[in-house]
Ligand binder design. Structure first.
Ligand code: 2IT
Length: 447
């Protein structure tokens, strides 16, 4: 494989799909050396096949808002790769959603799902529907209209969506209700992130954040350091940041910043249980304003408009919101303030220049596809429980999640350990994830 040639080809074929091209380049640069030691991969054109999705569904979604107006959005499902199992990955509802964004997310999902060691293929979907400011009824009607198209192409052994940005427990409830009504069957494994009691798994809401902190705990331990007393800056205040704040606080770390599109809340004494609980209300309100935290807890949280979480001095920085949210300048600010670890919890949360600056400074950096894999892993555990018509206890799920994250961490070290002894977590995650998929594709023939 020659990465430059493959990328030139893809850029010509998919001009302007910047997020997708960025995600592909990162993986190919990581795996190039190992790939070229396997002539059988080259012969079967594994990379050329892997970079194009199996198929993409694109459809119109029409719904009526509270004012009685007819609204039209675009809906998508990218079924990227099924070498390891049925397609699996979230749905993102956000005004900036387009094909490039969902192709990048679907591509990342292939290797992330592979790292979990569960039988999960990679997919992603969503819509340019903007949940900000929408009423509960508008969200329900949109979810129903979206499912009216999507239902034909999903199912427990075909493709199983879950949540992502803009899609949480409430949305999954409306999507599943519509799916069940149209498909006329209670195929619980067709969607994950369901509520407990009708097919949902305990710990799935917490799983992405918990898993991320389990991974960070290992990174910290690798440096003979501990979580207790560490200051952590998180971006966002959604489901992922909520889970991460909960687990980090439980381990004795101090979450000193959360942020939103409007600015940052600095929490000098560390986030409290009441504040963590309030994050759920903030998300449910659809206001998308982190300032609400400072208004609710004056004296504890200090809001600054138009600033990011990375302006707050911290030991550990964890982007938990959106792709490319941490720029090279942000990385330099974090480094100048003495950051000791950076772990992406959002998918592709750091820009390439930021990753380069962090790694060049000798600060451990871990990529989203390893750090945030606990979410989809617990979705895999939800599907397993659905297939068995059985529920595990919270302790059982948490224990399995913890083991999966430990195994992912160990794989990243195994494949990412460099000659000088330092660990390149990006390489480790990409190579470990890639090898399973490539070997499965090879075994399954030219399809
Ligand atoms: O990015 C992700 O891994 C998710 N949004 C969760 C996907 C899933 O199927 O649970």
């Amino acid at each position: 494989m020659n990465v430059q040639n493959i990328m030139a080809n893809l850029e010509a074929k998919h001009p302007g799909e910047s997020e997708y091209l960025q995600a592909v380049r990162e993986v190919l640069e990581s795996v190039e050396e190992v790939y070229n030691q396997h002539p059988e991969f080259e012969k079967a054109k594994i990379v050329e096949r892997l970079v194009e999705p199996d198929r993409i569904f694109k459809f119109r979604v029409v719904w009526v808002n509270d004012a009685g107006e007819v609204c039209t959005n675009l809906g998508y499902r990218v079924q990227f790769n099924a070498a390891l199992g049925a397609y699996k990955g979230g749905l993102r509802f956000h005004k900036a959603v387009n094909e490039s964004m969902l192709k990048f997310l679907g591509f990342e999902q292939i290797f992330k799902n592979s790292l979990t060691n569960l039988p999960l293929g990679g997919g992603k979907g969503g819509s340019d529907f903007d949940p900000v400011g929408k009423s509960d009824n508008e969200i329900m009607r949109f979810c129903q209209a979206f499912m009216y198209e999507l239902w034909r192409n999903i199912g427990p052994d075909q493709d199983s969506p879950a949540g992502d940005v803009g899609v949480g427990g409430r949305e999954i409830g409306y999507l599943y209700g519509a799916y069940k009504k149209i498909a006329r069957e209670h195929s619980t494994g067709a969607l994950t992130g369901k509520s407990y009691g009708w097919g949902g798994s305990l710990i799935r809401p917490e799983a992405t954040g918990f898993g991320a902190i389990y991974y960070v705990e290992r990174m910290v331990k690798q440096c003979n350091d501990t979580m207790a007393g560490k200051t952590i800056a998180l971006s966002g205040f959604g489901n992922v940041a909520w889970g991460a704040a909960t687990k980090a606080t439980e381990l004795g770390a101090k979450v000193v910043a959360i942020s939103g599109p409007d600015g940052v809340c600095e929490i000098a004494d560390g986030i409290t249980k009441e504040m963590i609980d309030y994050m759920l209300d903030m998300r449910a309100s659809n206001r998308n304003k982190v300032q609400d935290m400072a208004d609710k807890f004056p004296g504890k949280a200090k809001f600054t408009a138009n600033k990011k979480a990375w302006s707050v001095k911290c030991d550990i920085a964890c982007p938990c919101a959106f792709q490319n949210e941490l720029s090279e300048d942000d990385a330099k600010e974090l480094l100048a303030n003495g950051v000791k670890y950076v772990a992406e919890v959002s998918n592709m949360g750091c820009q390439p220049g930021a990753i380069h600056a962090i790694q060049a400074a000798g600060v451990p950096f871990a990529p989203g596809k390893a750090v945030n894999a606990g979410g989809v892993a617990t979705s895999g555990l939800e599907i397993a429980q659905n297939a068995a018509h059985f529920n595990w206890t919270a302790e059982e799920v948490d224990q399995k999640l913890h083991k999966i994250m430990n195994d992912i961490y160990d794989m990243c070290v195994q494949y990412g350990k460099q000659a000088d002894g330092h660990i390149d977590y990006v390489k480790g995650a990409n190579i470990a994830g890639f090898m399973r998929v490539a070997n499965a594709m090879l075994a399954q023939g030219i399809i």
